[in-house]
Design a protein around this ligand. Structure first.
Ligand code: AMP
Length: 580
């Protein structure tokens, strides 16, 4: 059993904290800019670099070659000012989107924070994406600047570059000679080395756009969720209240910064809270992960259900062979965390795993199991102080009816107006407006609340797929399959998987004259992987004679899924005739 750590929880009485908490008060924990403004990078790095934490390690990179690279708050501040200086020297105006497509290397973090320092908008791209998701996001976000590596550039961007006219600056991280051989690119390291170190922080305000996170819907192109510098108030508050970050903590968030958790909690929140953040550049490996927890003396660990399921499969002998006494809080997010996994934490780490819930649009954790509160295994926990959550039902008038009875399933809704709430979907006001009714933000998740106020996840209201914690839009996958000359129609659903939560499965109607075979399925899988990347492409392909659709031509993915799982097919009155 790990030693109990003599650290009092930041939130020791949930009900009292809910009574006393105000966002205005939470804002006072931050410094703010001298002109009254607010800048995420200043709160995360600048103020610490100018204060008592200057020489403390801010980011510790565990490199793939086994070496360790530390950046103190002071050193990180210099690098981000340099990056901002690079943007200025390239004529990039504040407000421009800077996209980053990279593994978890120092330059990713420097570019993210440097962009915020400059007053630009940081837009991360998941490095396992293939060329198509990258091009569609760069197009939608009108990306002017892209930071990436020569290998990713060659494989994923160069083939599409002609179709990306807004992309004027490609800054590459890597070998100078290799970069010199790639036309229309620049060497980021050389630019950083030559840049001034004293570029002043941009005078942003709480309402200035800071982050652009792409997320997937069921139909149409990806959605660009826009976040503002003011979100840092929520990052700070949740870092303290949910993740229980204290001054001397060593924090490890395993999420990739290509997704929102890896930005809000892999970059911003731990720095704002002034702790040391571990960044593992390597891929998942159970034995090595336990080694990281032990050797880095990680105190607070934020990971995902998929990773936990993989650790469970690897057995408890591995954690038991390690000295994990430093670890005092383990949290998880991104998918439902089954009750067994929560309890397994007690066996492996001497403490339950604390599930919490949020999504790209909420910008920060909204519902959580807190350190000082009894964990109900299988529940997402209770709303953050300052957040009002409810179960609602949409009503015909376009508004909502708030459910008052406990245990009744409905849509999870949050009272709009918290600091990290998204401020729009880029170029899609109608889609944004459709997320709100009667002052509530409607999350698109189904849940129920028990009599004690704990929320329980039921499922998504839409057809979006969650695979290994990554949100995948079926439309994006269907569109890629349709680009193959043999494919007439395609429909994509998520099917349950014990490890990944869900796996992407495609139903394909072939064109006349094409033959359904294993070879064809392999060809289509390979075709989709090349375009979309392995994380998004379908794992299985089934050939079918027709795709069920509504009379208005919408794919009935719900019906496909019900048939796949042997569940009741529900109301088929809108089903189109021929493709039944
Ligand atoms: P994303 O926007 O990619 O972060 O995905 C957000 C979605 O992931 C939510 O709307 C939920 O469907 C799911 N999700 C996140 N956290 C949890 C959780 N703790 N339990 C169940 N589902 C979750």
């Amino acid at each position: 059993m790990p030693d109990a750590q003599p650290v009092a929880p930041n939130l020791d009485d949930y009900d009292d904290a809910c009574r006393r908490f105000t966002w205005a008060q939470a804002r006072t924990a931050l410094r703010g800019l001298p002109d009254g403004g607010l800048n995420m990078a200043y709160e995360a790095v600048g103020r610490h670099a100018a204060g008592a934490r200057a020489t403390q390690v801010a980011l510790r990179f565990l490199r793939r070659d086994g070496t360790v690279h530390d950046l103190t708050y002071a050193a990180l501040a210099v690098e981000i000012a340099r990056f901002a200086g690079v943007l200025t020297s390239l004529g990039v105006s504040p407000g421009s989107a800077v996209f980053v497509l990279a593994d978890r290397v120092p330059e990713l973090y420097i570019a993210a924070l440097g962009t915020l320092w400059h007053g630009g908008v940081f837009a991360p791209l998941f490095s396992a994406f293939g060329p198509e998701p990258i091009a569609s996001r760069l197009t939608l976000g009108e990306g002017r600047v892209l930071v990436t590596t020569p290998a990713y550039y060659r494989a994923k961007v160069q083939p599409m570059r002609a179709a990306l006219p807004s992309l004027t600056q490609v800054l590459l991280i890597g070998d100078a000679a290799e970069i010199a051989a790639l036309p229309d690119t620049k060497d980021l390291r050389a630019l950083l080395a030559a840049a001034p170190t004293d570029t002043a922080v941009a005078s942003t305000t709480a309402d200035t756009l800071a982050l652009l996170h792409f997320t997937s819907g069921t139909t149409g192109r990806p959605k660009g969720a826009m976040h503002v510098h003011g979100a840092v108030v929520a990052h700070a508050a949740t870092g303290r209240l949910v993740l229980d970050l204290h001054d001397d903590d060593v924090f490890w968030c395993t999420a990739d910064p290509g997704w929102v958790t890896g930005t809000s909690y892999g970059i911003v929140a731990p720095l704002v809270c002034g702790v040391t953040s571990i960044i593992d550049e390597g891929d998942f490996d159970a034995a090595r992960w336990y080694q990281v927890l032990e050797t880095q003396r990680v105190t607070v660990w934020y990971t995902s259900p998929t990773a936990i399921r993989m650790l469970i499969r690897a057995g408890t002998a591995l954690p038991k062979a390690r000295d994990l006494r430093a670890l005092r809080f383990v949290a998880s997010v991104g998918e439902p965390l089954n009750a067994d996994a929560v309890v397994w934490g007690v066996d492996a780490f001497g403490q339950p795993i604390h599930d919490n819930w949020w999504q790209t649009e909420t910008g920060g954790i909204m519902i959580a199991n807190y350190r000082a509160m009894a964990v109900r295994p299988g529940s997402m926990g209770r709303p953050l102080p300052g957040i009002e959550a409810a179960i609602v039902h949409r009503v015909a008038s376009g508004g909502v009816a708030v459910e008052t009875a406990p245990g009744v399933q409905g849509e999870l809704a949050l009272r709009a107006g918290w600091p990290s709430m998204f401020r729009g979907y880029l170029h899609d006001e109608a889609r944004y407006a459709a997320c709100f009714a009667d002052g509530w933000y409607l999350t698109g998740d189904h849940a129920r609340r028990d009599a004690d106020g704990y929320f329980w996840f039921v499922g998504r209201a839409d057809d979006v797929i969650k695979s290994s914690g990554h949100l995948i839009g079926p439309f994006e996958v269907e569109s890629a399959l349709l680009a193959h000359p043999a494919v007439a129609e395609a429909a994509v659903i998520g099917v349950p998987d014990p490890m990944a939560g869900e796996l992407v499965k495609a139903f394909v109607v072939l064109k006349p004259g094409e033959t359904a075979s294993d070879a064809m399925a392999n060809t289509l899988r390979g075709f989709a992987r090349t375009r979309l990347g392995a994380a998004v492409a379908p794992k299985t392909i089934a050939f079918v004679a027709g795709i069920p659709k509504t009379r208005s031509g919408k794919i009935l993915r719900r019906l496909l899924k019900a048939r796949e799982l042997g569940l009741p097919e529900g109301d088929l009155s809108t089903l189109e005739g021929p493709s039944q």
